[in-house]
Design a protein around this ligand. Sequence first.
Ligand code: ADP
Ligand code: MG
Ligand code: MG
Length: 881
Amino acid sequence: MTQQRYLYDLADGDASMKALLGGKGAGVAQMMRLGVPVPDGFTVTTAACVDTMSNDGDWPAGLWEETLAALARLEERTGRGLGDPQRPLLVSVRSGAVVSMPGMMDTILNLGIGDATVDALGREAGDPRFAWDSYRRFLQMYGEVVEGVPAHLYEDALTALKRSRGAASDTDLSTDDLRELVGTFKAVSRSHIGADLPTDPTEALHRAIDAVFRSWLNPRAGVYRRANGIPDSLGTAVNVMQMVFGNRGDTSATGVCFTRNPATGAKELYGEFLLNAQGEDVVAGIRTPRPLAEMEQLLPEAYRQLIEVMGTLESYYRDMQDIEFTVEDEQLYLLQTRGGKRTAAAALKVVRDLVEEGVLTREEAIDRIEPGQLDQLLHPALGAHGQTPVTRGLAASPGAAVGEVVFDSLVAERRGKAGDAVVLVRWETTPDDIAGTLVAQGVLTAHGGMTSHAAVVARGMGKPCVAGASEIDIDVEGKTLTIGDLTLTEGDLITLDGSTGEVFAGALELVAPQINDDFATVVGWADEIRRLGVRANADNGPDAAKAREFGAEGIGLCRTEHMFMEADRLPAVRTMILASDDAERAAALAEILPMQQADFEAILEAMSGLPVTIRLLDPPLHEFLPSLVDQALEVQRLELGADTHPTDLRHARALLAQIKKLTEQNPMLGTRGVRLALLYPEIPQMQVRAIARAALAVADRGGDPQVEIMVPLVAYAEELRRMRAIITETLAQELASVGRSLDIPIGTMIELPRAAVVADQIAAYADFFSFGTNDLTQTGIGISRDDAEGAFLSTYIEGDLVPTNPFSSIDVDGIGGLVGIGAERGRSTKPDLKLGVCGEHGGDPASIALFEKLGLTYVSCSPYRVPIARFAAAQAALAAR
Ligand code: ADP
Ligand code: MG
Ligand code: MG
């Protein structure tokens, strides 16, 4: 038989089969192997889902037959039958992607219950109420997931019934109430679908599996996958498992726990449970659950067993686990185990502890860190303040957030994308709120615990979250939130501290975070492993100091144009640009020189002992002048003005003429970089003098300046040869005049395709190269970033025409190829040529992996990305071993 196998009994799977069985299926199968109690069942593979999707939704041949055969085996093993009126088998039909996507897809519980089986179930349990409770749960989930009945129709019916019975909670409803509710739910489904639900549970099973396949394509799952870089092509597995019941009275329970604290990483009890409930109740955040510690009193034997299982699972996986469990009549069952989502702080603490416990090697610890996640540690916290919180909730995800209150995920999404700082406030979040959460500064919920959906999702994203702030009253329609006698309206400012659970009215001040001991220790291990150097891009003293604090080993790119733009210099810069003769220009440059020198001194001082690469002026001169339109309007205003002074008008016209002269059709490809420097050599001469004087001044104060000069936008070796002559001559003059010497390497950016191709020629005049991958991407692909990102490039990315934005993560084949050519040809001329990368890609883990492979010397990125780059470089080095 060549036909593919689409189905595995749980007993035939294990942890290594994640790609086929999904994380949940592989996890349950592995638990079964480890002797951990789990319900029996089988898994329909991800391949079955993929083949169904590519078959326009039709199941591949043989899948249904295989399912029926697996069902028959399960019935045989359990001694029960699906739909059997004496000994009914009930199953859950659970989604299970390869990479866990908590709550993003659908699961149906209690399938197999119906008019024919509800009495038998009640009889067996000695508890008819439980049977009817399970029945109404099934009708709601099946209606929602399979038939697309809106959830609120069922919830409204439940609320109405509770109100008419005066019941505070679901558990206050009687058997007869629940029987009535089942009738109501059937009517709700019927009137929405226009037909009865299937009475044959086998047909219902078919439809349920199919619905779980389809849930892979639901919009919130799509948003989650894009946010987490999970390919759409993977598909989900479907797990069919015998039901165990947490809703069989007060000897039963359901809960979620972590083997360590996922917010801090501390090795301590962390979890929640609800008595007499089914799994969904805990994660949905509808009833607020109890802390796990209380289970010791209420269900001592199951509690003891759970603690033991946590140990077993942690030592098998050698990682913190996130566990779902159910206790049926004091008997413990595990329903899921997976690597726990955790904050970056927790991730560092967990791997550090595991190394110290002898469980992991340092290399393994480094591999476990997701470098991008460390970004959250570099996010702000609340500064010292004397404010009293207006309310408190659970500290569900650390970090502080300030923003305008919004009550609707869509509004949050729209405003967040427009760059507004908003805080999403909800009764509880549902997976549909994911898009709003993604762009909000933080999330505040009134209901739900530490393992509620909002909390789990926020922690994974590093979003501050305060959950279960129960004093909050939200009026979604009226767009207000009330806490006691305080009322906030949509748009009012609010501050959350996800590390303490405190909520403040108004905007509190945020402070930059400090690197803690776990961070320093683990990043220290990364430093031992990595080969690539990590430098920072910084244009001023404070940024340089910050970069050094984050572990930068120098500055890979110091841009000088920002210094030109500052308000106090712009007049002199404009005079320099508009100068009508050499003397006037020289005077203006003489005015700018000491300012540049002071900037360079600050940077060289902050980076004393480490290399600082200063790039000569790059942008075209018109960038320092007012816009053409503004100046034309100014001239017009003066022309029309009654009391305009003729000199003013003449100046305004001269400026307009100069702007016109300098304005280019395509400035990105125009007179900039080395072209500008060769046209106006006085500018680089001034900059070189300022650099030399700054270095000498810093040395005089006992510092160790290690400056390097970099020439931008070189395409021809001859450009660099001439530029180099200007630089060395100027340096020689400067140094001779004071009788000193300095060793200043001179190098070039490689940021044009031609430069990469003729890098062997260019290398003859360069002491180092630095790949300017931003411009190389623009010129190499022929895409103007400013024009493309809000336009066709977004369409390309969403339509999967390109795998990622090539400006965020390097285009490996194309631009990566050019970098490879440049590196190889450069080194063919000078084997020891230092090769750096500056630009955003220098802080992107995927790009860093490529730069490691190409054997570059260092990457340079923004100061806040430096720690991320250190980890990514270590991982790249490990991958290359
Ligand atoms: P999700 O991926 O959204 O977490 P799950 O498939 O894990 O979905 O199911 C949600 C909840 O349903 C789980 O928390 C679990 O407690 C409960 N559940 C799933 N299968 C069973 C089962 N066979 N018996 C009892 N409870 C179950
Ligand atoms: Mg689950
Ligand atoms: Mg550039």
